[in-house]
Design a protein around this ligand. Sequence first.
Ligand SMILES: C[S@@+](CC[C@H](N)C(=O)[O-])C[C@H]1O[C@@H](n2cnc3c(N)ncnc32)[C@H](O)[C@@H]1O
Length: 259
Amino acid sequence: MSADYTQRPSSARIYDALLGGSHNFAADRDAARKLLAAIPYAAEMARVNRAFLARAVQHMVDAGVRQFLDVGSGIPTAGNVHEVAQAAAPDARVVYVDIDPVAVEHSREILAENPLATVVQADIRFADDLLARPELRDLLDFSQPVGLLMLSMLHFVPDDEAFPAVDRLRGSLAPGSFIAISHGVIDTPADASTGEVSSIYARSDVPTAAGRPRAGIQRFFGAATMEPPGLVWLHEWPTPPADAERPEHMAVLAGVGRL
Ligand SMILES: C[S@@+](CC[C@H](N)C(=O)[O-])C[C@H]1O[C@@H](n2cnc3c(N)ncnc32)[C@H](O)[C@@H]1O
């Protein structure tokens, strides 16, 4: 990995820095500090997002899903999909996908001894290429339900590429499959910092970093039936916790749909 590479922040490593991980460089930590100055709740949202991941995966396992495709999976941290899924169902198979080489390298390391999980370096914008990857085809059977996760990543993909790519992935799934999405939403009090956030990510590896309106996020689910309670604040799926953060601190919606 070249020194130049480490000087350009990546969305995967900024997120790792927010979560207190150790797989990030000075440029990523600097971007994370700026992000926290713009959105003081960013680190909390990252932690809440990981908790949503665990609940969504558990929900799918409970519904009988035994194979998972986690796109934009990030740098491994506590509570990865294979850990949650295989704790409940040891035969669960998981394919991680990320564009970031650091995320892929560390995923490969932690999965080395796990024959039922693998990682693929790929870009969701090229969904056909992703679906054709032998590593993915070897582990997942698309005639059976799959749990597709795209958590906190679609806001890094522009409309003209994100919608067709997700349509393509969703269209490849068998009935009974699930889709879980968490996504930055606009039209919240946190919007005041939208310009600052965009300028922080403009120096990173992703082409954009912009929330979508609720209707845009809902569109990613296509004709899937939303599991109750539908598309809600990240921390409120599937039930609001008793000590819930005030919603205005959140700028991320989450939901699970069933095909
Ligand atoms: C904020 S992290 C979220 C990680 C994980 N999904 C989670 O929710 O904890 C976003 C991840 O999406 C990845 N990503 C961004 N654009 C992508 C693309 N076009 N294709 C695949 N992965 C992408 C980044 O590299 C990063 O690891």
